[in-house]
Design a protein around this ligand. Sequence first.
Ligand SMILES: CC(C)(COP(=O)(O)OP(=O)(O)OC[C@H]1O[C@@H](n2cnc3c(N)ncnc32)[C@H](O)[C@@H]1OP(=O)(O)O)[C@@H](O)C(=O)NCCC(=O)NCCS
Length: 147
Amino acid sequence: MMLECVAMTAADVDAVVDAEARSHKFPWTRGNFLDSLTAGHGAWLALEDGRMIGYAVMMQILDEIHLLNITVLPELQRKGLGSSLLLRLFEMARQQAASRMLLEVRPGNVSALGLYRRHGFVEIGRRRDYYPATQGREDAIVMAREL
Ligand SMILES: CC(C)(COP(=O)(O)OP(=O)(O)OC[C@H]1O[C@@H](n2cnc3c(N)ncnc32)[C@H](O)[C@@H]1OP(=O)(O)O)[C@@H](O)C(=O)NCCC(=O)NCCS
């Protein structure tokens, strides 16, 4: 099976917002996705056999790419798709002359932390009270990987 990445368009946002609400405790809103498209961030749908299996949003600043969102549909997780998608994102980032990928992750997001560590991301810092949490706020772990 082949994972294919195609540019997300406004027409995809309904399906993406649906998937986002099922995949995250604190989901991005429709506005967040539309803002990303308007801003010209790299927003990608991941397709397998023509069906959406996930998506990702990246923002480039000079030679750094910030991974803002990576999601695999809940029923398709833990089958290696997140790894395949991340590897495709590395490739695309290199093609855009990025030398480093950065991201923030919740300390409690075991699956995302596992994915990132497995693919060579290392913790480079923390941002205090970065995320809304069930009670109060939660720190973010900042991770980076050379490309
Ligand atoms: C994070 C996410 C994208 C991983 O996608 P995935 O398709 O399940 O990942 P893979 O099957 O490729 O797993 C790759 C590695 O990640 C780690 N991992 C993934 N899920 C894990 C879990 N539940 N617990 C521990 N490690 C996990 C493992 O190291 C795994 O390798 P292994 O299966 O050989 O042990 C997926 O869990 C997801 O969409 N989560 C909800 C959205 C989210 O939190 N995104 C990140 C923040 S925007």
